[in-house]
Design a protein around this ligand. Structure first.
Ligand SMILES: *[C@@H]1O[C@H](CO)[C@@H](O)[C@H](O)[C@H]1NC(C)=O
Ligand SMILES: *[C@@H]1O[C@H](CO)[C@@H](O)[C@H](O)[C@H]1NC(C)=O
Ligand SMILES: *[C@@H]1O[C@H](CO)[C@@H](O)[C@H](O)[C@H]1NC(C)=O
Length: 361
């Protein structure tokens, strides 16, 4: 038999390596890989803006016939470089001046050329943005809040980037969102019907909301194991594309939110799964109004052969009428309305297709 002192010494000795093995897991918090913290003064600026937008009760009832206000689409351009496709968008918007508004959030650290024409004076006060950080959530919320305050007629809010192109004419986009009863293939009998005036009683938001994704758990844990608790249990966590088209009441939900923002603004521990803007919006809207969202996006993207979280980027030689037709095909709606990503030098071939293909529908 072993003597008691021997057992004691032995177990003490044994516990040393065990402590070492376990130590990093419960003694030291993991070190964030990327510390993009939003400064308190930036946070206060945003809060003031979001508070003003939240208090804005102005919005047109789209069923009112009295003054017959024109409902508009707010296009929210989120960019950290020049708007390469400004001439294409210019042609897209031409002749529809009372049906849209444009807002541009350009990273102030980059010397972005401000295009004339429809983009003139449409740049909003912006702050720095960094990939894989909550700064992209803030920038999007700034765009939404500014657009809500700017014009009560803004009814849909479409986020696009400098790499996005339109796949149809403005008229087609407008009709699809506001009046078509067949555009949304996921629409069911129980959805609000078209009124006799031909407008939908309650618009849906076109935002991708995914609950089955290979890396869902890793993304949930990206800010630390229990960092989203108790507000967001794993079962309620969702992911999806940051390129969405929100109905006004959902844009309001986003600018009014304080609770989830406090969680999702935390820096990530895992850089490879850190795309806060792809987590925050789908989770927030899925938690607040799942039936008011289509759960799919209207912006086509090609994830085949993805590298470092970047989708495929089309080159000028690939731009053709066949590509445009191919990119329109969707499983969820009659057509995709936008597509990304295109390299800046695609502008020429795209302009060549503008009138004969892209805007002919
Ligand atoms: C930004 O670009 C303009 C025009 O190209 C140039 O005149 C200006 O000096 C640039 N500013 C900075 C800070 O690079
Ligand atoms: C998607 O990208 C791949 C290359 O990664 C390309 O071969 C394919 O043609 C693209 N698909 C479409 C629909 O453009
Ligand atoms: C549509 O669904 C089919 C079958 O799931 C899939 O193979 C195809 O890639 C989808 N198309 C698009 C454009 O997502």
């Amino acid at each position: 038999m072993f003597s008691t002192p021997f057992v004691l010494t032995f177990s003490l000795l044994l516990s040393v390596p065990i402590l070492f093995l376990l130590a990093p897991h419960f003694l030291l918090p993991p070190r964030p890989l990327r510390q993009v913290l939003i400064s308190p003064s930036d946070e206060l600026d945003d809060l003031a803006l979001f508070d003003r937008a939240s208090g804005s009760s102005l919005s047109f009832s789209h069923l009112s016939t009295g003054s017959n206000p024109k409902l508009k689409i707010a296009f929210l351009f989120l960019t950290n470089s020049d708007l390469h496709f400004a001439p294409l968008w210019e042609r897209f918007f031409k002749g529809n001046s009372n049906l849209y508004n444009i807002y541009v959030h350009a990273d102030p650290a980059v010397n972005v050329t401000r295009p004339k024409g429809v983009f003139k004076d449409r740049f909003i006060p912006a702050k720095r943005t960094y990939r894989a950080s909550p700064t992209l959530i803030s920038a999007t919320r700034r765009l939404l809040a500014t657009a809500i305050l700017d014009d009560p007629a803004n009814t849909f809010f479409a986020v696009v980037s400098q790499y996005c192109i339109p796949l149809h004419s403005f008229r087609y986009v407008y009709h699809s969102l506001f009046t078509s009863s067949s555009f949304d293939l996921s629409r069911t009998e129980s959805d609000p019907d078209l009124s006799r005036l031909g407008v939908r009683a309650k618009y849906k938001s076109f935002i991708e909301i995914l609950s089955k994704s290979r890396s869902l758990w890793k993304r949930y844990m990206a800010r630390g194991r229990f960092s989203l608790m108790p507000e967001v249990p794993f079962e309620q966590f969702r992911v999806g594309s940051q390129f969405f088209v929100l109905a006004r009441r959902h844009a309001m939900v986003v600018v009014k939110d304080r609770t989830l923002w406090r969680k999702f603004r935390s820096p990530c521990y895992r850089e490879d799964e850190c795309y806060p803007e792809e987590h925050y919006f789908p989770t927030l809207l899925s938690m607040s109004d799942p039936n008011g969202c289509t759960h799919y996006t209207l912006t086509r993207v090609n994830w085949t052969g993805t590298v470092n979280g970047h989708p495929y980027t089309y080159r000028p030689t690939e731009v053709s009428s066949e590509l445009i037709y191919q990119l329109r095909v969707s499983n969820y709606s009659e057509s995709y309305l936008f597509a990304r990503k295109f390299s800046p030098d695609c502008l020429r071939p795209l302009m060549g297709l503008a009138d004969t293909v892209i805007f002919r529908d």
